[in-house]
Design a binder for this molecule. Structure first.
Ligand code: GTP
Length: 237
């Protein structure tokens, strides 16, 4: 995507020099044209450009300080999903992004009721993949376009409560702080989850004794024994 080249402030970064627990992976999913790219770019660069190429699925990365710790945030922007009747048409890339992510941001536009209806289908898809393991946030975008609004904030909030997700109504074009808050709080939640997981793993590894490394001499001896027994069996036949 050309934007990556234009925007030098977004560092393409693999996160390889950050410990595994210090990489935060977020997938941004929703209907086409709801402002997924605009939100990601706004969060990572503070800027709203207004004209974004149709998204084919770009991964953006950036290192930030989160509660005094250096973490790599990776945000996967995804192609717009479609719905055929009652069936969700998620392409392979969207499914892979859901599997890959530590958290998912579901986006709809307040100016497009259809994009709102897709959210519950997308949520089901995420839960089928991850059960309750990943946090899901619902973001209603384009809050500045009140004159062509099709979805009331209370509908978004009701849906989010029903699906047990956090809800934000934002405008990528008008308000950086709201967009920043939505992503930032999500990053903090994931970082906390990573911390809990790593503490549990540490505790577990200190309780379970490590298996002793095998005695190579003993292994060789047993291997020879097994081999000669086989040879004996073959010769006796
Ligand atoms: P696909 O790449 O087709 O999946 O679209 P997308 O969901 O990534 O949407 P994108 O970020 O490309 O934005 C679509 C259009 O909506 C662009 O013209 C943006 O400028 C515009 N847009 C995005 N966010 C806002 C917003 O908060 N307010 C207004 N007024 N326009 C917005």
């Amino acid at each position: 995507m050309r934007l990556i080249q234009n925007m030098s402030t977004i560092a393409e970064y693999s996160g390889s020099d950050c410990p595994a627990g210090k990489v935060i992976k977020i997938a941004v999913i929703g209907d086409s044209g709801v402002g997924k790219t605009a939100l990601v770019v706004r969060f990572l660069t503070k800027r709203f450009i207004g004209d974004y190429e149709r998204n084919a699925g770009s991964l953006y990365s950036r290192q930030v300080q989160l509660d005094g710790e250096q973490v790599a945030i990776q945000v996967q922007d995804t192609p717009g999903v479609q719905i055929n009747g009652h069936n969700l048409n998620c392409n392979e890339q969207v499914n892979r992004s859901i599997q890959w992510a530590d958290a998912v941001v579901l986006v709809y536009s307040i100016t497009d009721y259809k994009s709102f209806e897709i959210i519950s289908h997308l949520h089901q898809q995420v839960r089928r993949t991850h059960a309750d393991r990943v946090p899901v946030v619902i973001v209603a975008n384009k809050a500045d376009l009140l004159h062509i609004k099709q979805v009331e904030p209370q509908h978004g909030l009701k849906l989010a409560n029903m699906l047990r997700c956090t809800f934000y109504e934002v405008s990528a074009s008008e308000n950086y702080n709201d967009v920043y808050n939505a992503f930032h709080l999500l990053c903090k939640e994931i970082a906390k989850q990573h911390q809990v997981t790593s503490n549990t793993e540490k505790r577990r590894s200190s309780i379970i004794p490590r298996p002793k490394s095998p005695n190579m001499q003993d292994l060789k001896r047993r291997f020879k024994q097994a081999l000669s027994a086989k040879v004996r069996t073959v010769t006796s036949v």
